[in-house]
Design a protein around this ligand. Structure first.
Ligand code: FAD
Length: 385
C-alpha cells in the first residue's frame, strides 16, 4: 500500500458507492470515477418525463435478501416499500404462473392435484434413465420430464444463452425448479422490496459525504492508479489489462422501449417461453412501483444476444473457455500492487445487489483493518475462479 494520498474508486455503481462511503466515513478522501454520465451503475433508475413512471434503465431490479445488515443498510439511505415479484410466462398461447408451481402444473396438465399427488405425478414424468445428468437438458428432463421441459425451460434457456440446453452444464439448473404448492413469490428471501424513489436516489444518498468527490463522464485507466494510495476497481477485469488474454465472454441485452396508454400486460414481468418469439420477456415498469398510479405505461421488450466490444456486458458466460481466460486474468491481477477488483465486472461473476453490497462492506472493512496492521490488501476479497 502506498503511504499517503487519496483513494480511487472506479465505478459509481453499488460496489463503488458502498466502498467509497465506508472509507469516507473512516476519514479517507475518496475520488469516484464513472465513464457514464450518471451514478448507480446498472441499477440506475430514472423517472420517465411523459408518464411519470420510474424506469429501470438497464433492466428490472428487484431487491431481495436474507442479510439483515444489508437490508438495514439500504433502508438507512432510502425507504424500501413492499414489492413481491410474481412472474408470468406465455407458452404456446397460454399464460402460466412462474416459477412452475402447483397452479402451473394443474393448468398445464388439466388436473386438480393436491401437493402429494402432483409430486408423484412429476416423479412419473421424470426421465429416470438419466442417472448422471451432464447437460442442462438432461438435468431438466430428469427433474421434470419432457412436457414441462419443452414448455417452460427449453426455448427460454436457448434464447437467454444463445445455445442449445444440450451445450450448457447441468449445474445451471441446480435444484428441482418446481414447487408443489401455490406459492408464486419468485424469491425465497426474508426481505424483498423496492426503493421508494428508485435506486439512483438511494445511491445519491450513499455518495452524499463531504470526503467523497464523484467524477462522472470520466474513464479511469490503469496508469492513473499511481496517483492514489489504493484503487478499488469495479470496471471489467479484462478491460483493466487491455484485453491481454482476450475478451471475457458476456451476454448482452437489447431493450426495445415502447409506451402504452393504460395497462399493457397487467404484471411487471411476462416471460415468453417459445423459441418462435424472439424476445425473452416484456417488463412493464410501473408495476415495479405498485404504490404509484400512472395512466401511461413504459415497457421494455428484452432480447439477449452475444456481447460485442461496444455493447454493455450483462451476464458473464463462465463456461470452460471463459474460466481458463479468467484464471489468467486473476493470476495477473494478483501481481498488481494497490488494486482491489470488486463487483460484478471486476470479479466476472453474476452478483445480486445484496451480495454486491455485502462484499463491498466486507471489502472496505478488510481494507481498514489491513491498513491499521500495515498489511497488504489482496486483489480479490474472494477468488473469482
Ligand atoms: C439484466 C439484469 C438484471 C438484474 N436484476 C437484478 C435484480 O432483480 N436483483 C438483484 O439483486 N440484482 C440484479 N442484477 C444485478 C445488479 O445489476 C448488480 O448486482 C449490480 O449492478 C452490481 O453493481 P456493481 O457496482 O458491481 O456494477 P455496475 O452496476 O455495473 O457498476 C460498475 C460501474 O463502473 C463503471 N465503469 C466501468 N469501467 C470503468 C472505468 N474504467 N472507468 C470509470 N468507470 C467505469 C461503469 O460505467 C458502471 O457504472 C441484475 C443484473 C442484470 C444484468
Amino acid at each position: 500500500m502506498r503511504a499517503n494520498g487519496k483513494i480511487a474508486v472506479v465505478g459509481a455503481g453499488l460496489s463503488g458507492a458502498v466502498i467509497g462511503r465506508d472509507l469516507a466515513q473512516a476519514g479517507h478522501q475518496v475520488e469516484i470515477f464513472d465513464t457514464r454520465d450518471h451514478i448507480a451503475g446498472n441499477c440506475h433508475t430514472q423517472r420517465d418525463q411523459a408518464t411519470g413512471v420510474m424506469v429501470h434503465v438497464y433492466g428490472p431490479h428487484i431487491f431481495h435478501t436474507d442479510d439483515t445488515e444489508v437490508w438495514n443498510y439500504v433502508n438507512s439511505f432510502q425507504r424500501f416499500l413492499p414489492y413481491k415479484n410474481r412472474v408470468k410466462t406465455t407458452s404456446n398461447g397460454q399464460v402460466y404462473s412462474l416459477p412452475v408451481n402447483l397452479h402451473t402444473i394443474n393448468q398445464f396438465f388439466g388436473k386438480n392435484f393436491r401437493p402429494d399427488e402432483a409430486r408423484a405425478f412429476i416423479e412419473e414424468q421424470a426421465d429416470k434413465s438419466i442417472s448422471e445428468p451432464k447437460t442442462f437438458e438432461e438435468q431438466a428432463l430428469r427433474f421434470v420430464g419432457q412436457d414441462l421441459y419443452e414448455a417452460f425451460f427449453k426455448g427460454y434457456t436457448q434464447k437467454q444463452w444463445g445455445c442449445s440446453p444440450t451445450e450448457l452444464p447441468a449445474s445451471v439448473l441446480k435444484r428441482l425448479p418446481v414447487r408443489f404448492n401455490y406459492d408464486d413469490n419468485y424469491f425465497f428471501h426474508k426481505y424483498q422490496g423496492m426503493p421508494e424513489n428508485g435506486y439512483t436516489r438511494m445511491v445519491e444518498h450513499i455518495l452524499d459525504h463531504p470526503n467523497i468527490t464523484v467524477k462522472l463522464g470520466t474513464h479511469f485507466d490503469r496508469a492513473e492508479g499511481k496517483d492514489f494510495r489504493h484503487v478499488f476497481y469495479s470496471g471489467p477485469l479484462d478491460g483493466y489489462f487491455n484485453y491481454e488474454f482476450g475478451r471475457l465472454g458476456y451476454r448482452t441485452l437489447d431493450f426495445e422501449r415502447f409506451t402504452y396508454d393504460g395497462d399493457y400486460q397487467g404484471c411487471a414481468v411476462m416471460n415468453y417461453a417459445d423459441v418462435s418469439v424472439p424476445y425473452t420477456r416484456i417488463t412493464e415498469h410501473k408495476h415495479f412501483s405498485p404504490w404509484e398510479e400512472h395512466a401511461g405505461s413504459v415497457c421494455y421488450r428484452e432480447t439477449a444476444r452475444v456481447c460485442g466490444p461496444e455493447d454493455i456486458a450483462y451476464y458473464p458466460i463462465r463456461l470452460v473457455k471463459e474460466k481458463e481466460q479468467l484464471a489468467d486474468y486473476v493470476a495477473r491481477a494478483e501481481q498488481e500492487a494497490s488494486v482491489t477488483f470488486v463487483g460484478r465486472l471486476g470479479t466476472y461473476r453474476y452478483l445480486d445487489m445484496d451480495v454486491t453490497i455485502r462484499e463491498a462492506l466486507d471489502t472496505a472493512r478488510l481494507y481498514l483493518s489491513r491498513l491499521a496492521e500495515s498489511a497488504p490488501m489482496p486483489a480479490f476479497l474472494h477468488s473469482p475462479v
